[in-house]
Design a protein around this ligand. Structure first.
Ligand code: LLP
Length: 444
């Protein structure tokens, strides 16, 4: 291509700041991710399709390892899990945070070392605990008092399981009320303010089958500033100091959970990872020195910040219409593959791919195909005025909590997830078909 043609392609590309680093404009309005044209991927795999950039996932894992060289970094599997994802994060030196026997079994049967896995959950089922103990999970995070005796009994005589206690540090943070987990009055953890956490610590220390490795907190999700983490860290160190005082035990681990926020649309704030790492390291050293405690090993559990920006959802436009002064652009997916707008009012920035449009832009509401008025994928989306059925819309930052939260609503079938890397595409999760629904429905 000539310089002029390249410049025209780049200008056509618009703002790619929230896209994977590999995103490259192609001629005629095309866009490649991981060296694969999104329009070609849509053609080959059908729509809707989730495209996941392996290089972006690996790059993000490496950024974490570089920012937190002395800490343990656990990828939070709930954001997105597949066998390939397990392999990528494992190869990049991360551990895993899982919250069900399903996530745990998938990871271990894919070859992930169980000792690098932490099991969470406010209501672990007998099956979850049985899997954890059978597979030899590294740590179990205790979330309520009744779990202590239950886990100890399941461990059996002669066994010993490492555990953490999940603490409510009393910090309000997170992108939406439904994903704030650091305050009193929500379902997770044991309160430090009312003494429940301290009581759980005492009970665990009395249990020869349990080894208390440390304390855990997860204050919320989609947090874009360092401050709430610093406050939580201070409260957790205070609690560690009081445990030392009461029991003469210096706990070796402090897990501060995940929640690291990312930008979904150009210009939105994201958590500054190097700043977080730097400030937590300094604060931890200072607080521990002041309390006369040895510095515990820090653990962080990012999910969204690793998988989110690596994913792109590609939909085909099925209908365009005007109603009540608004333009509705309806696509072939919706709340069954991305419930986030309906659940949290999440905002996205879709764009046209696969065709050049010379039309000016107009504001449209991108909606899904499901039978609810709340099935909206993007409000106030800026799209070319000539958007029409057959067009492809690509939504960046689709790698976390979309495929993993997809449902079977309206029996539409969950989209495939396709990995792209160095110009090659391969299916990680195949599309759910009508045949799958028929197989599951065994009542006559
Ligand atoms: N650790 C624990 C104990 C967690 O509960 C979570 C997320 C994470 C780590 C990872 O958080 P992340 O770094 O991904 O923010 N479905 C919601 C997010 C729910 C997060 C639940 N817990 C969403 O789509 O925004």
């Amino acid at each position: 291509m000539t310089i002029e043609a390249l410049t025209a392609v780049a200008a056509d590309a618009g703002d790619l700041t929230v896209w994977p680093a590999s995103a490259t404009p192609l001629p005629h309005g095309g866009l490649a991710v991981g060296g694969v044209s999104l329009a070609e991927a849509a053609q080959r795999f059908g729509t809707p399709v989730y495209v996941l950039d392996e290089g972006e996932v690996r790059g993000r894992c490496r950024s974490y390892r570089a920012a937190f060289p002395d800490a343990e970094v656990l990828y939070a599997a709930k954001a997105f899990l597949s066998r390939a994802m397990v392999r990528w994060v494992g190869e990049e030196g991360l551990g895993l945070d899982v919250c069900s026997a399903g996530e745990l079994e998938l990871a271990v049967t894919s070859g992930f070392p169980p000792e690098r896995i932490v099991l969470h959950g406010n209501a672990k089922s007998p099956g979850d605990l049985a899997s954890a103990l059978r597979l030899g999970v590294g740590r179990i995070v205790i979330d309520s008092r009744c779990e202590i005796a239950r886990i100890a009994a399941a461990v059996g005589p002669g066994g010993r399981q490492r555990v953490l206690v999940r603490v409510v540090p009393g910090v309000a943070a997170g992108g939406h009320e439904k994903i704030r987990t650091g305050t009193e009055g929500q379902k997770f953890g044991l309160s430090a303010a009312d003494g429940s956490a301290q009581e759980a610590v005492a009970r665990i220390l009395d249990q020869p089958r349990l080894e208390l490795a440390g304390l855990h907190c997860h204050i919320g999700s989609q947090i874009t500033s360092v401050e709430p983490y610093r406050v939580a860290l201070g409260r957790m160190v205070e609690l560690m100091a009081s445990v030392r005082e009461a029991h003469d035990v210096a706990l070796p681990e402090l897990d501060l959970g995940g929640g690291h926020g990312i930008a979904y649309r150009p210009g939105e704030p994201a958590l500054d990872l190097p700043a977080l790492a730097r400030e937590l390291r300094t604060a931890l050293a200072d607080r521990c020195a002041a309390a006369g405690l040895p510095v515990p090993r820090l653990t962080v559990e990012p999910g969204r910040a690793i998988a989110g920006p690596a994913g792109v959802a590609v939909y085909r436009v099925l209908a365009v219409k005007r109603s009540g002064g608004k333009v509705f652009v309806a696509v072939d997916g919706g709340m069954s593959d991305n419930p986030r707008p309906a659940l949290y009012g999440a905002r996205y920035a879709p764009r046209l791919v696969g065709r050049h449009s010379a039309a000016g832009s107009r504001t449209a509401t991108v909606v899904g195909r499901h039978c609810e008025a709340g099935d909206v994928l993007a409000v106030n989306a800026e799209l070319p005025a000539d958007v029409h059925p057959g067009d492809l819309l690509a939504v960046p930052v689709a790698g976390a909590y979309q495929s993993s939260m997809a449902s079977g609503y309206n029996l539409v079938g969950r989209p495939p997830v396709v990995a792209v890397h160095e110009g090659a595409a391969r299916i990680l999760l195949r599309r759910e078909t009508l045949e799958d629904f028929r197989h599951r429905d065994i009542g006559a």
